[in-house]
Design a protein around this ligand. Structure first.
Ligand SMILES: *[C@@H]1O[C@H](CO)[C@@H](O)[C@H](O)[C@H]1NC(C)=O
Ligand SMILES: *[C@@H]1O[C@H](CO)[C@@H](O)[C@H](O)[C@H]1NC(C)=O
Ligand SMILES: *[C@@H]1O[C@H](CO)[C@@H](O)[C@H](O)[C@H]1NC(C)=O
Ligand SMILES: *[C@@H]1O[C@H](CO)[C@@H](O)[C@H](O)[C@H]1NC(C)=O
Ligand SMILES: *[C@@H]1O[C@H](CO)[C@@H](O)[C@H](O)[C@H]1NC(C)=O
Length: 771
């Protein structure tokens, strides 16, 4: 930059023209020096151009620095200038000046060296009758032109071509040579920082240090890059795009990126729409595939890693395509889009139909945007635009019919909503051979996703329309639960009156298949059984005490315990009883949901489910696991019809070996095994105590299994059998009649046998082998 000739000319000018002026032009024989304290002011007193100072740290190298800049007329010095000429080469003292030298604008320092020049190019000398002048225009553009030229656009140079971090109204990023904004490096250093704003494919992109998009602004598509009058845009040093009104007061009216949906490619991949969901007090970004599309990778999608985006469920047949409309969205990136001017919506649509590679279109005023690849960077926006996405008509009919209530502005649940068609495909259209189990709540199918993942699909019994919001509430609730011994919900679906839950599939299916299956039971050693019992206790403790909400299972039973490939128990079907039974409860208040053999006695009279009723069911499960017998159909040679009474008697008589599942006691059993079995039986008996207060809590059960502390003695169980329309309490043992009669007196009546009014329709309690 050093130029010895400048040295001379600078002093010549300085000496010859001791000039003071207040105008918006600088002629070839004038200078604007720092020491003069003068500035140039645009017509209309909007902008002011002059030297300004930024204080550095105290080291000499980083002392005060002087720059030539533009700011709003009389703006506070706290407001950073809108344009900086010599952003990379400040003056380090207050001795310097701006002038015109060889038809260029230059800034010289005290020793006359040029430290900044508007251009390195040699500008042709002006015609004889003319000279070069610099002028600050009313829009803030600082230009160099021939004095003879009557304005117009024929500038020799203009500051709008070299913006710093601010785009002023009237400037246009798409015009001129590479116009782009670059952030300051820090709040008090205007040299080039890491963020840039440039226009590409008719849109604005905010780029980071790696030139990757951070944010894309598609606005006012008609004149996409110019700002509306009265506003300017600024890129902050820390990567925000901000918009302010063109006033001295810096009032932020808009900024981006505002949230995770704004961040380009951060949250959602292609062919999906990003929207914000309210989770408690937080807003969380989530993605929804377009209709007729599905996640490229379900697993990662379910883990909420959605950047891989979605793909078409089936290939489009070029002849039979329709469009789904997305309202109020930010239009996708136009990088692969064609634009046809002056075309109305009808013709735009027609062009997309005729072009097999067209994936969608949008019509903004009379501009038709035809997309030809995956659609990226979409989000819901309150005052967004309409996008038409091509789908096979077969999907369209189905989806429009079934998903009337759907809206892209609402994502209802935290887990993924899955297309009905995807589920139908995975289960081979709910083929009977894929049924894993059937129960009161619906049918469970095994499914296989296209990429090979196994799933368990629970197709709930049909619910009324109003059941959908209840269903979604429940889905949200279940999806919150994360515990090793509690099954994970992967997704849900509702479609017309279908309500479907999708769970992990567990290879070894459910516990009942092992303990009640004569051949399979040999596979369950005591080691595995006691691991299962402890696992259930941990999972139930989580549901009762540790999860965000208290969950009463209401239907704990061996067939609701699933086993993973390592035989770890996973509790399933919690809460669902509430979901499905709600409608029933209104029509028939006499029904008690639950499963015969597992229902605590107080449920029959009070019809109230509590944590302690779950403990009762768990007690039955423990005793079933130990005995290998199902309580609900138990009989033995002694005429006992209750597993619970039988187990209690044998425990009391210390003859437990008679009722323990023979396949537990193999050659590897040690005396320790038997001690453990006795203790676990005792714990099981404590769970089935008649009075709820006598039953331990789930969390105390976990401690009982782990420790060897002394346990209370269980009282004999009171059991009633609901095989018939009469339900009969049966007293455990006649030898205990003294104890029993007092129990019965306080709890029910003085009679040993007690008839309960038929409050349950037994047929509703098919044993549900549910997954
Ligand atoms: C310019 O301003 C400074 C500080 O305000 C002052 O010291 C100096 O005398 C002024 N110079 C002229 C030429 O007015
Ligand atoms: C002027 O600028 C030149 C070149 O950058 C530099 O060598 C010189 O020291 C500067 N003079 C003053 C007084 O700052
Ligand atoms: C514009 O930018 C490109 C790439 O950054 C560069 O190669 C080219 O020289 C620039 N043109 C001008 C006139 O600055
Ligand atoms: C596309 O649809 C038309 C009419 O529905 C049908 O005749 C044709 O076979 C289909 N082509 C393919 C590749 O599916
Ligand atoms: C459980 O499933 C795994 C994987 O399918 C299998 O290897 C294992 O043998 C099964 N265990 C039992 C007891 O069936």
């Amino acid at each position: 930059m050093a130029n010895h000739q400048t040295f001379i000319s600078y002093y010549i000018v300085l000496i010859l023209v001791p000039f003071v002026w207040s105008s918006n032009t600088l002629t070839a024989n004038q200078i604007l020096s720092i020491s003069s304290n003068l500035t140039m002011i645009s017509p209309g007193n909007v902008f002011e151009l002059g030297f300004f100072k930024l204080a550095g740290s105290n080291t000499k190298e980083d002392g005060e620095r002087w720059y030539l800049g533009l700011w709003f007329y009389k703006a506070s010095s706290k407001m950073n200038p809108l344009w900086v000429a010599n952003r990379e080469s400040p003056l380090y003292d207050s001795k310097g000046a701006l002038k015109i030298y060889k038809s260029n604008l230059v800034i010289v320092n005290q020793s006359g060296n040029i430290i900044w020049s508007s251009s390195n190019a040699v500008v042709p000398s002006p015609p004889k009758t003319s000279s070069v002048v610099a002028e600050l225009l009313s829009n803030g553009n600082f230009v160099l032109r021939y004095s003879g030229d009557n304005r117009g656009d024929s500038f020799l140079w203009e500051s709008f071509d070299y913006p710093t971090d601010t785009l002023l109204p009237g400037s246009d990023l798409a015009k001129g040579v590479n116009r782009s904004l670059t952030s300051w490096i820090s709040n008090n250093n205007p040299s080039t920082g890491i963020y840039a704003l440039l226009s590409k494919n008719q849109e604005m992109f905010l780029l980071d240090a790696k030139s990757s998009p951070v944010y894309r602004r598609s606005f006012g598509l008609k004149t996409p890059y110019a700002l509306g009058n009265g506003y300017y845009l600024q890129v902050t040093y820390d990567g925000l795009l901000q918009q302010f009104p063109t006033t001295r007061e810096k009032t932020l009216i808009w900024h981006a990126p505002r949230d995770d949906c704004d961040r380009y490619g951060l949250t959602c991949g292609s062919n999906s729409v990003c929207s914000l969901e309210k989770v408690d007090v937080h807003e969380v970004a989530g993605c929804t595939c377009f209709k007729g599309f599905k996640p490229r990778n379900w697993w990662r999608w379910w883990l909420r890693s959605m950047t891989e985006g979605c793909q078409k469920i089936s290939r489009l047949n070029c002849t039979g395509n329709g469009f789904q409309v997305l309202k109020n969205v930010k239009l996708p990136d136009t990088k692969d889009a064609g634009v046809e001017r002056s075309i109305g919506p009808k013709e735009c649509r027609q062009r997309c139909i005729e072009d097999c590679s067209c994936t969608g279109f949008a019509n903004v005023e009379l501009d038709c945007f035809l997309y030809s690849s995956d659609l990226v960077d979409l989000r819901t926006l309150q005052s967004g635009q309409q996008l038409y996405i091509k789908v096979a008509t077969s999907y369209l009919d189905l989806l429009i019919d079934g998903d009337r209530t759907d809206s892209y502005e609402v994502v209802a649940a935290r887990v993924q909503r899955i297309e009905f068609l995807t589920i139908a495909e995975a289960t081979n259209e709910f083929c009977d051979s894929n049924i894993l189990g059937k129960g009161g709540f619906g049918t469970v199918y095994k499914g296989k996703l296209v990429e090979g993942t196994d799933i368990a699909v629970k197709r709930l019994t049909r619910m009324s329309d109003s059941g959908t919001s209840q269903f979604l509430n429940e889905v949200n609730l279940i999806s919150e639960l994360q515990h090793f011994n509690v099954i994970s919900l992967l997704g849900y679906c509702f479609h017309s009156d279908e309500h479907i839950l999708v769970f992990e599939y567990h290879a070894n299916r459910s516990l009942d298949l092992y303990i009640f299956g004569s051949t399979e039971s040999s596979k369950l050693s005591w080691k595995i059984r006691h691991k299962i019992i402890k696992g259930i206790a941990r999972g139930m403790t989580y549901l009762h005490h540790d999860s965000c909400v208290t969950i009463i299972h209401r239907d704990l039973k061996v067939s609701n315990i699933l086993l993973d490939k390592d035989m770890n128990p996973k509790i399933s079907d919690f809460g669902i009883s509430r979901l499905v039974s709600r409608d029933h409860i209104q029509t028939n208040t006499n029904k008690v949901s639950g499963t015969r053999g597992y229902i605590a006695p107080e449920c029959w009279s009070d019809k109230i489910f509590t944590k302690k009723t779950d403990v009762f069911s768990f007690g039955v499960v423990i005793l079933e696991i130990i005995s290998g017998k199902a309580n609900y159909k138990f009989t033995n040679s002694k005429g006992e019809t209750s597993l619970l009474t039988c187990m209690w008697r044998n425990w009391e008589e210390e003859s437990l070996l008679e009722v323990v599942d023979p396949s537990i006691m193999d050659s590897s059993s040690s005396p320790l095994t038997m001690i453990q079995i006795v203790r676990y039986t005792q714990i099981g008996l404590l769970c089935i105590q008649n009075i709820p207060q006598d039953r331990p809590t789930m969390s105390s059960l976990v401690v009982m299994f782990e420790s060897s502390t002394e346990l209370p003695r269980p009282k004999p169980p009171v059991y009633f059998n609901s095989d018939t329309t009469y339900s009969t309490f049966e007293i455990g043992s006649t030898s205990m009649s003294t104890t029993m009669s007092s129990l019965v007196r306080t709890e029910y009546s003085t009679r040993h046998t007690y008839n309960v009014l038929p409050c349950v329709n037994v047929r509703n309690f098919n044993r549900a082998s549910s997954v």
